[in-house]
Design a protein around this ligand. Structure first.
Ligand SMILES: [Zn+2]
Length: 248
């Protein structure tokens, strides 16, 4: 019997019958993995804690005829603070929604896994604004997935001095305010300096410094309009989990 040992986080759970579950694990070694959890719905099961949404742990899976089954799991981080808070839980669900769209079976994405874990940790911190954590996650997840916008300089003329930039969705990056450049995409919204610097930071900075900044409400709103549309354009669907926050 073939066993697979991997760290990972549960990004989806579906009940099966009376007592079982099928979970989707974003694993360090193999990307997306589906696995059956025998008795996972029973609170007293030793697999119950590790088969909850957002549990991060070390899993031992065995390869059955059709799919993996969870043999054992050791929970390393249950993210209780998120599960017990409706607002944070909604943001976390949004992150998982995006991750489900990006990751593939048998394709490890260690940078995206690290980003997800760090973003969830940031959601647990009272001093971090969830909207900002979410904007950072959205843009950096797209960057990690190969959809990095060109934001170091103007895409058309290459200038990178202190410029007023616009964000061109059709060209996937910044264009400067020269007439010859602007004329390449008249629909590109102009960015404030704060927003263009925030975008450059999110796309290019090291993971260790990714969350170490704050934004004014205006800049955060502007950044949100950019990342929402960029997310929809690149992944070709709407992400609606955060709409719930407008109703509470
Ligand atoms: Zn230019």
């Amino acid at each position: 019997m073939a066993f697979l040992k991997t760290r990972g986080i549960v990004i989806k759970e579906v009940g099966v019958g009376e007592a079982d579950k099928i979970i989707t694990i974003f694993s360090r070694n193999r990307g997306r993995i589906s696995a059956l959890v025998k008795g996972g719905k029973r609170p007293k099961s030793k697999l119950s804690a590790g088969s909850q949404l957002m549990s991060y742990g070390e899993y031992v899976l065995y390869s059955g005829k059709d799919m993996y089954s969870v043999n054992s799991c050791e929970v390393l981080e249950p993210f209780y603070e998120i599960r017990n808070d409706m607002v944070r839980l909604t943001y976390a669900a949004h992150f998982l929604d995006i991750v489900m769209e990006i990751i593939q079976e048998n394709q490890a994405s260690p940078k995206l896994l690290q980003l997800l874990l760090n973003s969830l940790f940031m959601l647990t911190k009272a001093e971090k604004i969830p909207e900002l954590v979410s904007r950072i996650f959205e843009l950096r997840a797209l960057t990690t997935a190969g959809y990095a916008p060109h934001v170091r300089s103007c895409m058309i003329c290459g200038c990178e001095a202190e410029k007023v930039y616009s964000f061109s969705f059709s060209k996937c990056g910044f264009i400067c305010d020269r007439e010859s450049c602007i004329s390449e995409d008249r629909f590109a919204p102009e960015l404030s300096t704060g927003t263009s610097k925030a975008i450059q930071h999110i796309v290019h900075t090291r993971m260790e410094e990714l969350f170490s900044f704050n934004l004014s409400d205006d800049v955060l709103d502007e950044l949100g309009r950019i990342t929402k549309r960029y997310l929809r354009d690149r992944l070709e669907r709407d992400f609606t989990k955060l709409d719930f926050l407008k109703s509470i």
